[in-house]
Write a protein that binds this ligand. Sequence first.
Ligand code: GUN
Length: 287
Amino acid sequence: MSGTKIDGLAVAQAVKERVKKAASEIKSQGVNPCLATVLVGDSQASATYVKNKQKACAEVGITTKDHHLQDSISQKELNSLVDSLNNDKTVHGILVQLPLPDQINEFEVVSRILPTKDVDGLTPHNAGLLAMGKAVLKACTPSGIMELFDYYKIDLAGKNIVMINRSNLIGKPLYHMLLEKNATVTTCHSKTKNLADFTKSADVIITAVGDRTKFTLKQDMIKNGAIVIDVAITRHNGKLAGDCDYDDIIKKASFATPVPGGVGPITVAMLLKNTVTAASLSKGLGS
Ligand code: GUN
């Protein structure tokens, strides 16, 4: 048996087409959707992610304002950049690429972003609303994963879902989204004992570890017909890879995401969607 590939590029394209239409509609009402990106330091990976996000914005008619700051920036300087973007009426979304350098308190920076411009859905306000099932702007990677389930008509009600991640960016917001869909969700992490006991009984496994020296999800750790969502992006044997080898896992899974071409593209598409939503909010146009 070989399962179905979850084609993140195709799903992302469908979302982008909807976003492009929505962007053009709000432009005709006098709002020019604009995302401010903030990149700190010289990380090649972060620079690539930000560049991809800017390129995707251009494809759907969203303007970007690029802020690239030195690694040595102080907390005060970064805070005041966020304040000025909050006050800039031409900016609708603010994306501060994470991680930030050690001298910066990430929580302080993220918490400063106006909730209505928080296109990453990471502020305490929006994270709290998500926990209560009321968020409008939701974290991009988790909402992208939900979009994949939707597109492939995968009903999550009653499913036993095991996540291997507990971060603010992925595991925690995703937990709430899965619960909203009536799944039974278990959150595993680096201190979980006998991880394979959890994965072997899961209907759906969502894995986001990103270090193949520590963890690989192998065929013998999943049950027949399991659905595997691989969120990790790392390098393995000189190539981009996730937490599992797609060609190996798809022989036993009913659905699985490849890396690259799975969760990555849909994450960017959800950022575009959030930016147009934020632009609509700025005019009181709703979402
Ligand atoms: N770093 C890795 N993923 C993300 C993301 O989704 N948003 C931000 N702001 N930083 C990230």
